[in-house]
Design a protein. Structure first.
Length: 95
């Protein structure tokens, strides 16, 4: 989970970057299962959660993901506040 400091302008640029550049790359990565982007505009924070099939898939993408994160923050103007890993212990999605 990436935690980013954003503004309204940065939010819009970041969303475009995720949708048009980062997501296509992720979809081509082995073991990628999904991406969730959460925003709290009033607090100026964005959370980006990526979901992976297993720890091996996460590790295999880590180096490239680090470069993409740097590109994303440089391009959008966001500031990365943190990067944390969590295990999914429960997931329910209704479509």
């Amino acid at each position: 989970m990436h935690t980013l400091q954003t503004s309204d302008e940065v939010h819009d640029r970041g969303l475009e970057l995720v949708r048009d550049q980062i997501l296509p790359w992720l979809r081509d990565s082995t073991g990628f299962r999904g991406l969730i982007r959460l925003d709290n505009r009033s607090a100026g924070r964005t959370l980006v959660v990526t979901l992976w099939a297993d720890e091996d898939a996460l590790r295999a993408s880590a180096e490239a993901a680090e470069r993409l994160t740097a590109l994303a923050t440089d391009t959008s103007g966001a500031t990365r506040e943190g990067l944390e890993e969590f295990d999914v212990t429960f997931f329910d999605l209704q479509v």
